[in-house]
Every structure is written in structure tokens, then in C-alpha cells.
Design a binder for this molecule. Structure first.
Ligand SMILES: NC(=O)c1ccc[n+]([C@@H]2O[C@H](COP(=O)([O-])OP(=O)(O)OC[C@H]3O[C@@H](n4cnc5c(N)ncnc54)[C@H](O)[C@@H]3O)[C@@H](O)[C@H]2O)c1
Length: 258
């Protein structure tokens, strides 16, 4: 799929931020869009704003994902593009509560696994299908101030990469959307480290949607609304110790601010 025109598309976590911008942009490009969010009122509002259908509900649990994918597949007569976008980014390190770590695993990782489990067999049979996982630059680098976010976003990237490596030759396209800061409620709640590190270079959700539309056309695996992330990723791989020393200096700057 090089364009979303006419496609049946599902976007999770589309009641706000990046997901809402994606849903609106896909609808404007002629897609038939299902707007999911656990916040039902937000999903209804975004759907009404762009002529899409709202399907509120939890996009993380096994039952929630099955209900969403079953309902959307019926409504759209098959799902051409699924955007596993919903995510959370709580602060904390190893001391963060078990419930916080678990919530991050469920929505930031297992939501993607559960969607792929249901979608991939039909896509393989059809010889086509398209999954976009909203990861984060934190999945390529790290996010100071949030270990649960950094760890689960690395896992989400690992899963997307595994899917792409395993199924590209059978017609399935998998892309990982990895922005740094995006001006959404999630960034606003990110705490001092998030604000200090991300706010200055943050882009709008609409700019992220532009990058996604371009990337759907050329099918590159990494969608990087901040192109400088590619350079940072290469530095991290090329000299991990130097990169970690730089991150350590940033951490110390953040500590001075708080
Ligand atoms: N904002 C940023 O700076 C930034 C940067 C990189 C990546 N991201 C990623 O982008 C994605 C979207 O984040 P955003 O910034 O638009 O945040 P946001 O908080 O504006 O929107 C996220 C939406 O997901 C919904 N949601 C949460 N859990 C859900 C669940 N279990 N089922 C269905 N919906 C659920 C929320 O209700 C919310 O409406 C996330 O995966 C996030 O990690 C954000």
C-alpha cells in the first residue's frame, strides 16, 4: 500500500495527540477510518470531526484487541492498515510500582503483539497488509526519567523489526514511528526530564502525520519525524560508551533543574 486512499484503517489511541492527527489526516486522504480510544468521548469527538467511525475500548488487553479488530474488520470489510498507536509514558526507574511496569508492557508492547496475532494470518493469506507501530525515539535511544517507557519502547521496536524481517517477503509492510517530542498531553505530563529534553525540539502531531503519509509512500521501516534521531542512533551504535557519557551529562543537567 503506497497511499491510504480507499483503505480501511484503524488507529488506536486516536482520541488525542498523534493518533487523532493520524486519523484526521488518513480521512482527509480518502481512507475509511476507525478511531479507537479507551476514552470513549474523545474517540467519538475525533471520529465526528473527520467523518470516521468511533470504536471506543481498551486496545491493549486480549479481549479488547479482539473486539476492536473483529468489529473494525466487519465495518471496513477488512483492515488494510492498523496503527498500534496508543501508549503511555509514566515517570520512574526501577522503583516504579509493579502496576506501572505492567501497564507499560500491556499497552506499549503486548497491544502490538495481540494485534499482529489476529491480523497477520489474514494478511499472509491475502499477500498484503500494513502495520504501523507508534514506538518513540526512546525505543532507538533512551528516555531519561522513564525506565518503563524506555524499556517497553525498545521492546516494541524489537517486535516491529522482527515482524518486518519475517514477513516483508510475504507482502506485509511493518513500519515503526519513532518521534522525539510531540506536542501532546503525553509530553505535557512528561515531568522535568521530558520537558527539558524534548520540549524545545517538539513538533506538532500534524507534522508527525505528514511524515507518516510520506513514509507510507516509500515504505521505509523507520519513520523519523525528527531526522536528527538517525544521527543519534548511529552514534549510539558506533560508540556506545561515548554516547552513554553524553547521556550521563544530560542527566546531570536535568537533575540541576529539578
Ligand atoms: N508525545 C510525544 O512526545 C511522543 C513521542 C514519541 C512517541 N510517542 C508515542 O505516541 C503515541 C501516542 O502518544 P501521544 O503523545 O499522542 O499521547 P496522548 O496521551 O495525547 O494520546 C494517547 C491516547 O491513547 C489513549 N490510550 C491509552 N491507553 C489506551 C488503551 N489501553 N486503549 C486505547 N487507548 C488508550 C489515551 O486515552 C489517549 O487518548 C504513544 O505510543 C506514545 O508513546 C509520543
Amino acid at each position: 500500500m503506497n497511499s491510504v486512499a480507499g483503505a480501511g484503517v484503524v488507529v488506536t489511541g486516536a482520541g488525542s495527540g498523534i493518533g487523532a492527527a493520524l486519523a484526521r489526516r488518513f480521512a482527509a486522504e480518502g481512507a475509511r477510518v476507525v478511531v479507537n480510544d479507551v476514552n470513549a468521548a474523545a474517540a467519538e469527538q475525533v471520529a465526528a470531526s473527520c467523518g470516521a467511525e468511533a470504536m471506543p475500548g481498551d486496545a491493549a488487553s486480549e479481549d479488547g484487541v479482539a473486539t476492536l479488530i473483529g468489529g473494525a474488520a466487519d465495518l471496513l470489510d477488512g483492515i488494510d492498515l492498523f496503527c498500534a498507536n496508543a501508549g503511555i509514558g509514566p515517570e520512574g526507574g526501577p522503583e516504579a510500582a509493579e502496576e506501572i511496569w505492567d501497564a507499560c508492557w500491556q499497552i506499549n508492547v503486548m497491544a502490538h503483539v495481540r494485534a499482529a496475532r489476529l491480523l497477520v494470518p489474514g494478511w499472509l493469506a491475502a499477500g498484503r497488509g500494513h502495520l504501523i507501530c507508534t514506538v518513540s525515539a526512546a525505543g532507538l535511544l533512551t528516555m531519561l526519567g522513564s525506565a518503563p517507557y524506555s524499556v517497553t519502547k525498545h521492546a516494541a521496536l524489537g517486535f516491529a523489526e522482527w515482524l518486518a524481517a519475517s514477513y516483508a517477503h510475504r507482502g506485509i509492510t511493518v513500519q515503526a514511528l519513532c518521534p522525539m517530542g510531540v506536542r501532546t498531553p503525553l509530553l505535557a505530563a512528561a515531568g522535568p526530564a521530558g520537558q527539558a529534553l524534548l520540549a524545545g525540539s517538539a513538533v506538532t502531531p500534524e507534522a508527525v502525520a505528514d511524515s507518516v503519509i510520506e513514509a507510507i509512500a516509500d515504505r521505509r521501516f523507520l519513520i523519523l519525524p525528527h531526522p536528527e534521531v538517525a544521527v543519534m542512533y548511529a552514534h549510539r551504535a558506533g560508540d556506545p560508551d561515548r554516547w552513554l557519557r553524553g547521556m550521563g551529562r544530560l542527566q546531570q543537567q536535568v537533575e540541576k533543574l529539578s
